[in-house]
Ligand binder design. Structure first.
Ligand code: PLP
Length: 479
């Protein structure tokens, strides 16, 4: 039975005034030292005290142009009045009800909106709060799908090296991000293996055609199915455009058609992780919409879904997957306290309607054309820029110590971090996302550019010229 839908709740008593602890906290953060357990406990990052549209305003008053929308999140910029209003209106109705017992209007409308956006290729949406949770849910959905089909032996996932699927233990196990996995290896799942990613810059042999490269990768995947026993494999997992782990690497044409046919041959599911590259980032709402008609069985989304106004992510499943549940136990044995959160859903719904009504998908593509053409024009021949790649408004620059051999810089050089730090100088005022290399020898040392879809052409040009300036100056000073 579907849960009852909650449409509003009795108004709460008037809010109480902020306590004195608010001002103490404010003083602590503006002083730049807080009790927040930051990733680096040695050094607090800059404190952002406000934002205006495409800039972050630091405690010292500096205005920093956010060239990556955080981590490809803030796709419609900050402070959109329509999202704020949607959040406020939902706060006046109902903030929270438990998804096990009740539905709520915004999450139902958001699910409808998302299914429509796939042209009905997906059938149901499971709403959570982060990309990692979405990946965990996708893994459990896959496991239960095969149990529902009486194939419980299918427990093996195949993912790819140099990938990132999230930070919780299941999602971290799925990823092939060496550095992030290393410390936690004894705690990771052992039913996941990894094959080569589709990364033409480093993976293609000299003179090899796209077709031959794709065929080689598909053969490797097929061999991995054979090694594990095809009847034991439940799914192949990949990002259509690799984000954090490699720095915006799209697959070559034909790759997803080839890997999908391997999955189909053995009855395994194809899971696409679009947490970073989805929701318009590549110029279509879903990255798979540029993959030659290939549709995943399960898809995860996040980041641009709520554009940072609220923490929200989701898993979408196609009718085949949903049918297995409907014809089986009828329930997904998984659930979380904040699943389908009403306020987060209202925010995401407003964001998605803005992307549509403001024509932001063609806008992202247009801005991406400006971004990529300037990057290529100004940096392609730079002696330490190995590769510029991306799709839509999602671009990465990979740095190398030797352009010919593609030899990466020594790990100690920390190039991408240095470029990021230099960007934050008062001269450049631009935030660039640094990507640590993920493979042996620090291959894949890059920065990532993923600005909002809402920039004007002039702002886009200013952004890309500033970003190029930061890179040029960093290497000039290194000598
Ligand atoms: N999947 C991909 C492709 C990601 O890029 C990320 C985060 O960067 C995640 C999953 C995890 O998302 P979150 O950080 O919201 O948990």
């Amino acid at each position: 039975m579907a849960p009852a839908t909650v449409v509003s709740a009795d108004p709460a008593p008037a809010a109480t005034k902020p306590t004195s602890s608010t001002s103490t906290k404010q003083a602590a953060t503006t002083a730049g030292s807080s009790n927040v357990f930051h990733n680096s406990t040695l050094q607090d990052p800059h404190t952002v005290v406000a934002a205006d549209r495409h800039h972050l305003i630091l405690a010292n008053g500096q205005r920093v142009l956010d060239a990556t929308g955080g981590a490809a999140v803030a796709c419609i910029g900050q402070s959109d009045q329509r999202v704020k209003q949607a959040i406020a209106e939902q706060l006046d109705k109902v903030q929270y009800c438990h998804a096990l017992f009740f539905g709520n209007t915004p999450s139902e409308e958001l699910a409808n909106e998302l299914i429509d956006s796939t042209g009905g290729k997906m059938a149901k949406v499971f709403i959570v709060s982060s990309g990692s949770e979405a990946m965990e849910a996708a893994m459990k959905l896959t496991r239960q799908y095969f149990v529902e089909l009486s194939q419980p032996q299918r427990t093996q996932f195949i993912a790819r090296h140099e990938s990132y699927h999230g930070i919780t233990l299941g999602a971290l196990s799925m990823g092939g991000h060496k550095f992030r996995r290393e410390l936690f290896k004894p705690m990771l799942l052992n039913n996941i293996s990894h094959v080569s990613p589709c990364n033409p810059y480093r993976g293609k042999h000299d003179g090899e055609s796209d077709e031959a490269y794709v065929a080689r990768l598909a053969r490797e995947l097929d061999d991995e199915f054979q090694r594990l026993g095809p009847e034991n494999v439940c799914a192949f997992v990949a990002e259509p455009v690799v984000g954090a782990a490699l720095g915006c690497v799209p697959s070559v044409p034909g790759y997803f058609r080839a890997v999908k046919s391997v999955c189909d041959k053995y009855g395994a599911l194809l899971i696409m992780d679009e947490v970073m590259c989805g929701m318009g980032r590549t110029g279509t709402l879903h990255a798979w919409q540029q993959e030659d008609g290939v549709v995943p069985d399960i898809q995860t989304i996040g980041k641009g879904l709520g554009a940072g106004y609220m923490p929200i992510a989701a898993v979408m499943a196609n009718q085949k997957v949903v049918d297995a549940f409907n014809n089986g136990t009828g329930s997904f044995r998984h659930g979380q306290t904040y699943q389908g959160h009403a306020i987060a859903s209202a925010a995401a719904l407003a964001v998605q309607r803005i992307i549509k009504s403001d024509g932001l998908l063609p806008r992202a593509q247009h801005l991406g054309n400006i971004l990529s053409s300037v990057l290529i024009e100004r940096l392609a021949s730079h002696p330490f820029v190995g590769n510029i790649r991306g799709r839509g408004l999602f671009w990465g620059i990979e740095f190398v110590a030797d352009k010919k051999t593609k030899e990466p810089f020594d790990l100690k050089e920390k190039i991408s971090m240095a470029v990021h730090d230099r960007g934050l100088s008062t001269k450049w005022n631009i935030s660039l996302f640094p990507g640590t290399g993920t493979a042996d020898g620090y291959k894949g040392d890059h920065i990532l550019l993923a600005p909002p879809y809402t920039l004007t052409d002039e702002e886009m040009l200013d952004l890309v010229h500033r970003a190029v300036g930061v890179v040029e100056e960093e290497f000039r000073e290194r000598g």
